[in-house]
Design a protein around this ligand. Sequence first.
Ligand code: ATP
Length: 267
Amino acid sequence: MNDRAFAPPPVLDVRDVTVRFAGLTALDGVSFTVTPGTVHAVIGPNGAGKSTCFNVLSGLCRPDAGTVTLGDTELTRLAPHRIAALGVARTFQNIVTTHGTVADNLMLGRHALSRAGFAASALRLPRAVREQREHLDRARRIAELTGLGAHFDSPVALLSYGDRKRVELARALCLEPRVLLLDEPVAGMNAAERARTAAVVGELRAELGLSVVLVEHDMGLVMRLADDVTVLDFGRPIAHGTPDEVRQDPGVLRAYLGTDAPKEDAA
Ligand SMILES: Nc1ncnc2c1ncn2[C@@H]1O[C@H](COP(=O)(O)OP(=O)(O)OP(=O)(O)O)[C@@H](O)[C@H]1O
C-alpha cells in the first residue's frame, strides 16, 4: 500500500516567518518546531494570525520572510498540492462535506495515492482492481479510526454535523499524511461531539504516530490534547511551552485569556 503510512514524521520547523498584508503584519517573526509524533497547538485571540500561519504551512500563502521546512525539504515556495504530496494534509475550518457517501469522500482522498493509470482503472485490469480494493480497505480502516465505521456506506448528508466534520478529518487522513493540520476541528460542535472528536484525535496520534498542528479556540481541547503550545498575539509569538506552562504565563493571561484562568469548555 503506502510505505509513508508507517514512516515516522519528519520535524516540521517554522523559522522567523513574517507575512504582511498591505500595511498589516499578520505574522511577525513566528518560529516554532513541531516535534515528530506530537500535537502542537497554535492559539491566540481573533486576528492573532493563526489562519495565516496555517495558510503558510499548507502553501496557500507565501511568507514575506522566513522558512518552513519538513525534514530537509523547504516547503515555503512549494504549491499546495506539492506540500500535500509530501505528506502535509489539512482540514479547513468551514468546509463540511455534504455530497456522496462517506466511502465516496474517503476514496476521493485516496485518489492522489493511486498508482494505476486511468486506462488500467477504466479497463478494470487486475492490478487496478486489486489496488482499488486495497484503497477501499484502507479507507474503511480510516473511517473506523475516526468513529465513522458504522456510517461508511451512508450518505454524508444524513450524518450529524459532528460526523460530517469528521468526514473532512478522515478525508485528510486518506492522504496518509505525516503531518496533519487541523483548523478548528470542533468549531460548531456540541459538547458530546467535541468530546468524541477530541478522543479521535488522541487515538489517531497514538495509532498513526503522526504529528498534528492544531488551531483551536476551545481551550479545553487544547489543554487536553496538546504537547506544546505556541501563543500568537497580533502576529507575534508571545509564549511557547506545555499547556500548563502557557496557561500560567502572565503575558498569555493578559493578552489572550484576560486576567482569569483559562476556561475549559470542552466536554
Ligand atoms: N488576505 C488578507 N488580506 C488582508 N488582511 C488579512 C488577510 N488575511 C488575514 N488578514 C488579517 O491578518 C490578521 C490575522 O488574521 P488571521 O485570520 O490569520 O487571524 P486568526 O488568528 O486566524 O483569527 P480568527 O481566530 O478570527 O480566525 C488579521 O488582522 C486579518 O484581518
